[in-house]
Write a protein that binds this ligand. Structure first.
Ligand code: DQA
Length: 149
Protein backbone atom coordinates (compact mmCIF):
# COMPACT_ATOMS: atom_id res chain seq x y z
CA UNK A 1 0.00 0.00 0.00
CA UNK A 2 1.25 3.51 -0.83
CA UNK A 3 2.37 5.82 1.95
CA UNK A 4 -0.07 8.65 2.54
CA UNK A 5 1.00 12.21 3.20
CA UNK A 6 -0.85 15.44 3.78
CA UNK A 7 0.35 18.81 2.47
CA UNK A 8 -0.99 21.58 4.67
CA UNK A 9 -0.86 25.23 3.65
CA UNK A 10 -1.66 28.13 5.94
CA UNK A 11 -3.04 31.64 5.48
CA UNK A 12 -2.88 33.43 2.14
CA UNK A 13 -1.27 30.54 0.33
CA UNK A 14 -4.55 29.98 -1.52
CA UNK A 15 -3.62 33.20 -3.35
CA UNK A 16 -0.30 31.92 -4.62
CA UNK A 17 0.54 33.29 -8.04
CA UNK A 18 -1.37 36.44 -7.20
CA UNK A 19 0.37 37.56 -3.99
CA UNK A 20 3.89 39.04 -3.87
CA UNK A 21 5.27 37.19 -6.86
CA UNK A 22 8.77 38.47 -6.09
CA UNK A 23 8.71 36.40 -2.87
CA UNK A 24 6.45 33.51 -3.77
CA UNK A 25 6.73 33.10 -7.55
CA UNK A 26 4.09 32.92 -10.23
CA UNK A 27 2.82 29.36 -9.72
CA UNK A 28 -0.83 29.42 -8.67
CA UNK A 29 -2.12 27.26 -5.81
CA UNK A 30 -4.00 25.06 -8.28
CA UNK A 31 -0.93 24.62 -10.46
CA UNK A 32 1.15 23.80 -7.37
CA UNK A 33 -1.35 21.09 -6.44
CA UNK A 34 -1.29 19.75 -9.99
CA UNK A 35 2.55 19.61 -10.05
CA UNK A 36 2.67 17.87 -6.67
CA UNK A 37 0.02 15.33 -7.70
CA UNK A 38 1.97 14.48 -10.86
CA UNK A 39 5.18 13.88 -8.90
CA UNK A 40 3.34 11.88 -6.25
CA UNK A 41 1.80 9.62 -8.86
CA UNK A 42 5.19 9.16 -10.51
CA UNK A 43 6.85 8.01 -7.28
CA UNK A 44 3.91 6.08 -5.83
CA UNK A 45 2.85 8.12 -2.84
CA UNK A 46 -0.70 9.26 -2.01
CA UNK A 47 -1.10 12.94 -1.25
CA UNK A 48 -3.90 15.06 0.09
CA UNK A 49 -3.98 18.86 0.28
CA UNK A 50 -5.47 21.07 2.94
CA UNK A 51 -5.42 24.85 3.16
CA UNK A 52 -6.91 27.20 5.70
CA UNK A 53 -6.59 30.83 6.67
CA UNK A 54 -7.80 30.03 10.19
CA UNK A 55 -5.41 28.98 12.97
CA UNK A 56 -7.87 26.74 14.85
CA UNK A 57 -8.87 25.01 11.64
CA UNK A 58 -5.21 24.20 10.96
CA UNK A 59 -4.91 22.76 14.48
CA UNK A 60 -7.97 20.58 13.77
CA UNK A 61 -6.52 19.42 10.44
CA UNK A 62 -3.19 18.51 12.08
CA UNK A 63 -4.90 16.64 14.93
CA UNK A 64 -7.14 14.82 12.49
CA UNK A 65 -4.11 13.76 10.41
CA UNK A 66 -2.59 11.75 13.28
CA UNK A 67 -4.38 8.52 12.45
CA UNK A 68 -4.77 9.04 8.73
CA UNK A 69 -1.35 9.96 7.32
CA UNK A 70 2.20 8.64 7.49
CA UNK A 71 3.87 12.02 6.98
CA UNK A 72 3.21 15.71 6.57
CA UNK A 73 4.50 18.73 4.66
CA UNK A 74 3.45 22.00 6.24
CA UNK A 75 3.79 25.59 5.17
CA UNK A 76 2.18 27.28 8.16
CA UNK A 77 2.81 30.68 6.48
CA UNK A 78 2.53 33.60 8.93
CA UNK A 79 1.45 31.25 11.76
CA UNK A 80 4.98 29.79 11.61
CA UNK A 81 6.14 32.85 13.48
CA UNK A 82 3.29 33.17 15.97
CA UNK A 83 1.42 29.97 16.71
CA UNK A 84 2.23 27.89 19.77
CA UNK A 85 -1.07 26.05 19.15
CA UNK A 86 0.13 24.82 15.75
CA UNK A 87 3.50 23.87 17.20
CA UNK A 88 1.81 21.86 19.97
CA UNK A 89 -0.46 20.10 17.47
CA UNK A 90 2.53 19.21 15.27
CA UNK A 91 4.34 17.83 18.29
CA UNK A 92 1.47 15.34 18.72
CA UNK A 93 1.77 14.04 15.16
CA UNK A 94 4.74 11.77 15.99
CA UNK A 95 5.58 10.99 12.34
CA UNK A 96 7.88 12.69 9.82
CA UNK A 97 7.06 16.35 9.17
CA UNK A 98 8.75 18.70 6.70
CA UNK A 99 8.46 22.44 7.35
CA UNK A 100 8.35 24.34 4.10
CA UNK A 101 8.64 27.96 3.05
CA UNK A 102 8.63 29.19 -0.51
CA UNK A 103 10.78 32.19 0.39
CA UNK A 104 14.00 32.32 2.36
CA UNK A 105 12.54 33.53 5.65
CA UNK A 106 16.06 34.27 7.00
CA UNK A 107 16.70 36.80 4.23
CA UNK A 108 13.54 38.74 4.98
CA UNK A 109 12.20 40.88 7.84
CA UNK A 110 13.48 39.96 11.26
CA UNK A 111 10.03 38.84 12.51
CA UNK A 112 10.18 36.02 9.95
CA UNK A 113 13.54 34.72 11.19
CA UNK A 114 11.98 32.88 14.10
CA UNK A 115 9.99 29.71 13.41
CA UNK A 116 8.03 28.36 16.37
CA UNK A 117 7.58 25.04 14.60
CA UNK A 118 11.16 24.17 13.58
CA UNK A 119 11.79 22.57 16.97
CA UNK A 120 9.14 19.90 16.45
CA UNK A 121 9.63 18.95 12.78
CA UNK A 122 11.93 16.43 11.11
CA UNK A 123 13.50 18.90 8.69
CA UNK A 124 12.83 21.89 6.51
CA UNK A 125 13.06 23.41 3.05
CA UNK A 126 13.01 27.15 2.44
CA UNK A 127 13.77 29.60 -0.34
CA UNK A 128 13.32 27.18 -3.24
CA UNK A 129 9.87 28.35 -4.33
CA UNK A 130 7.25 25.91 -5.57
CA UNK A 131 10.00 23.40 -6.42
CA UNK A 132 10.48 23.00 -2.67
CA UNK A 133 7.18 21.09 -2.44
CA UNK A 134 8.37 18.59 -5.04
CA UNK A 135 11.65 18.09 -3.16
CA UNK A 136 9.74 17.69 0.09
CA UNK A 137 7.52 14.97 -1.41
CA UNK A 138 10.55 13.06 -2.70
CA UNK A 139 12.36 13.41 0.61
CA UNK A 140 9.37 12.33 2.67
CA UNK A 141 8.84 9.29 0.45
CA UNK A 142 12.49 8.27 0.98
CA UNK A 143 12.20 8.74 4.74
CA UNK A 144 9.02 6.65 4.89
CA UNK A 145 10.45 3.92 2.68
CA UNK A 146 13.56 3.68 4.88
CA UNK A 147 11.35 3.43 7.96
CA UNK A 148 9.57 0.43 6.47
CA UNK A 149 12.72 -1.48 5.56
C1 DQA B 1 5.98 31.76 3.97
C2 DQA B 1 6.84 32.76 4.74
C3 DQA B 1 6.03 33.43 5.85
O1 DQA B 1 6.84 34.35 6.56
C4 DQA B 1 4.86 34.19 5.25
O2 DQA B 1 4.07 34.76 6.26
C5 DQA B 1 4.05 33.36 4.33
C6 DQA B 1 4.70 32.40 3.45
C7 DQA B 1 6.73 31.19 2.74
O3 DQA B 1 6.25 30.22 2.19
O4 DQA B 1 7.77 31.72 2.33
O5 DQA B 1 2.83 33.54 4.22
O6 DQA B 1 5.68 30.68 4.83
Amino acid sequence: MNNKIIIINGPNLNLLGEREQSQYGSTSYNKLKENCSKKAQEIGIDIKFAQSNIEGELVNIIQDSRNKFDGMIINAAAFTHTSIAIRDALDLFKKPIIELHLSNIYKREEFRHKSLISGVVTGGIFGLGAEGYILAIISLQKTLQNENK
